[in-house]
Design a protein around this ligand. Structure first.
Ligand SMILES: *[C@@H]1O[C@H](CO)[C@@H](O)[C@H](O)[C@H]1NC(C)=O
Ligand SMILES: *[C@@H]1O[C@H](CO)[C@@H](O)[C@H](O)[C@H]1NC(C)=O
Ligand SMILES: *[C@@H]1O[C@H](CO)[C@@H](O)[C@H](O)[C@H]1NC(C)=O
Ligand SMILES: *[C@@H]1O[C@H](CO)[C@@H](O)[C@H](O)[C@H]1NC(C)=O
Ligand SMILES: *[C@@H]1O[C@H](CO)[C@@H](O)[C@H](O)[C@H]1NC(C)=O
Ligand SMILES: *[C@@H]1O[C@H](CO)[C@@H](O)[C@H](O)[C@H]1NC(C)=O
Ligand SMILES: *[C@@H]1O[C@H](CO)[C@@H](O)[C@H](O)[C@H]1NC(C)=O
Ligand SMILES: *[C@@H]1O[C@H](CO)[C@@H](O)[C@H](O)[C@H]1NC(C)=O
Length: 457
């Protein structure tokens, strides 16, 4: 993800005045009404999907959305399918194709042609979508199970754990030529923690729990997660050149969500008070992301500076809040209040665009605010999904592995042995090659910039 690299926003001027206003109705106490709303919002997200278009890439969304945005979107789309439309074969194969196609040559969510953009967090967000498919029992591909693919992504991420700098932690980037390679951040480590916790619980296997412990304890030790008094701060990250001491003091909702839900899975796994306190503290401090119970990406929202990535963070945050509320019962009331109020606001923002159902960024206005994109659609989709999750209902339980059938077929080493583990590039790329890679990045960026300017003109 690119919190530091400015992106060219594509200017779409197609929004004409031919508006047939059909605002979305959302009765949060009526599941069919919630699913009807979710369907409209989800179809709005699919408007940006390239995989069905001539010449488009299966699994990808239109620019300025990058590879990771697709992983983020499919996590919410899998949930929508499971909750609301699980007999829809067309949608099922769309999801199947997209999620399987992007697994890459080594089936671990490091496709070689994303090496100019993919960081540990991007791989982690894709793996979270695949884990969503595991827990929802989404139909498996013929040649690999979703579980095996999740384990492969997890294994490659965990193998990049770097004790040489800052006494541990994942770097932000996987590849040394990408800007941010010398930065360690909370979101990359949060993805590893979150996946470890979910795998520990799903497989009832302590090997994964130990990884979750390792990541959490390092996050505390390095000062990313809590301050000296133990209060949650969960800052963005820091550079290895300062031994991770120059904290970038920015806070993002999805980082809170990913750690919170990871702690909730760990609590469900071993009932340790460490995790109850961890999840509860993160829920409590997440109140910063609400204004009158309506979710806001506070770091950038009021200053109107949210970039394309940041505009989507509330989707993952909502998903994680929903999961947390199921696994840590004592958080259920607070989270339900936030979700229900935010979902009503989000649905009310979806009366924009030529279709009259385009969603906006500001969920407090009761109407569209003129901002639109994949992030606005997926944010609204997942907060509406979370209404279903937080309503006690057997569909919304979080399943564990169904014993033998699953267990006997797992390759616990999947993903390992490929070229995508460890920080290989750091070791193998010589100074000269590095300069070459840097120049290549510059050329690619120049081409992208030129293309973006051309689009605007
Ligand atoms: C629930 O919502 C559905 C779909 O919007 C609607 O047809 C139905 O009448 C609603 N049921 C109740 C009890 O309001
Ligand atoms: C299946 O889902 C797609 C995408 O939401 C939708 O366009 C289509 O109408 C659905 N099909 C049926 C039979 O409901
Ligand atoms: C990248 O690789 C995938 C397969 O991993 C391929 O389907 C896709 O067309 C390639 N190109 C882009 C732009 O994603
Ligand atoms: C999961 O789906 C398979 C078919 O895809 C089915 O046989 C199995 O019963 C399902 N398991 C659960 C727990 O729903
Ligand atoms: C570097 O940071 C780590 C993590 O905070 C800490 O454990 C270690 O002692 C630090 N090393 C030095 C030399 O300050
Ligand atoms: C830590 O949190 C407590 C309770 O919310 C608060 O009173 C205290 O001022 C906080 N400490 C710091 C250093 O912010
Ligand atoms: C929490 O769990 C208890 C026991 O399982 C149940 O009685 C109670 O209703 C739950 N509370 C909430 C807020 O869901
Ligand atoms: C737990 O996971 C580890 C590492 O993936 C694996 O080697 C081990 O066999 C698993 N244990 C069980 C009981 O499945």
């Amino acid at each position: 993800m690119f919190n530091y690299i400015p992106r060219i926003a594509y200017v779409v001027t197609a929004l004409s005045s031919l508006s047939m206003v059909t605002a979305i109705n959302l009765d949060i106490n009526n599941k069919s009404s919630v699913c009807d709303a979710a369907k409209i919002v989800m179809n709005g997200a699919l408007n940006y999907y390239e995989g069905l278009k001539y010449g488009g890439t299966v699994g990808m969304f239109a620019p300025p959305n990058y590879w990771w945005n697709a992983g983020e979107a499919f996590g919410g789309i899998v949930d929508y399918f499971s909750f609301c439309d699980s007999n829809n074969k067309t949608l099922e194969s769309l999801i199947m194709d997209a999620m399987y196609h992007q697994a890459g040559e080594n089936f671990n969510y490091v496709p070689s042609n994303q090496s100019m953009t993919e960081g540990n967090d991007d791989q982690g967000v894709w793996a979270m979508a695949i884990m969503q498919a595991v827990e929802r029992n989404f139909t498996n591909p013929e040649s690999h199970s979703w579980l095996e693919l999740t384990i492969a992504a997890f294994n490659t991420m965990n193998s990049r754990w770097d004790t040489e700098h800052c006494n541990g932690g994942l770097r932000w980037q996987i590849f040394s030529w990408n800007s941010g390679y010398d930065y360690k951040n909370s979101i990359a480590n949060g993805c590893l923690f979150h996946l470890a916790a979910r795998l520990a619980r799903y497989l009832d296997n302590d090997t994964y729990a130990q990884v979750a412990e390792k990541v959490w304890d390092w996050m505390v030790d390095v000062g990313f997660l809590v301050d000296d008094t133990g209060n949650v701060t969960l800052y963005d990250g820091a550079d290895i050149s300062t031994n991770c001491t120059d904290l970038t003091k920015k806070q993002w909702s999805y980082t809170y969500g990913i750690f919170m839900a990871g702690a909730a899975y760990m609590y469900d796994y071993n009932q340790d008070n460490k995790w109850l306190k961890g999840a509860t503290d993160l829920v409590d401090t997440s109140s910063w992301f609400f204004e009158n119970d309506i979710m806001v990406e506070r770091q950038c929202f009021f200053s109107k500076t949210c970039n394309n990535d940041q505009r989507s963070f509330r989707s993952l945050f909502s998903r994680c809040l929903g999961l947390t509320s199921l696994l840590v019962n004592s958080t259920h009331n607070q989270i339900s209040t936030w979700i229900q109020t935010s979902a009503k606001g989000a649905a009310a923002s979806c009366n924009g665009g030529t279709d009259g159902v385009t969603c906006g960024q500001d969920w407090s206005k009761g109407t569209w605010d003129g901002i639109f994109g994949l992030g606005e659609q997926t944010g609204a989709l997942e907060v509406i999904n979370a209404v279903i999750v937080t309503t006690p209902d057997k569909l919304s339980q979080v399943p564990k592995a169904q014993a033998d059938a699953v267990m006997s077929s797992i390759d616990f080493n999947s993903g390992l042995g490929s070229q995508d583990n460890v920080n290989l590039n750091e070791i193998t790329v010589t100074g000269k090659d590095k300069a070459g890679a840097g120049a290549l990045t510059a050329i690619v960026l120049a081409i992208i910039l030129a293309g973006g300017i051309w689009m605007v003109l």
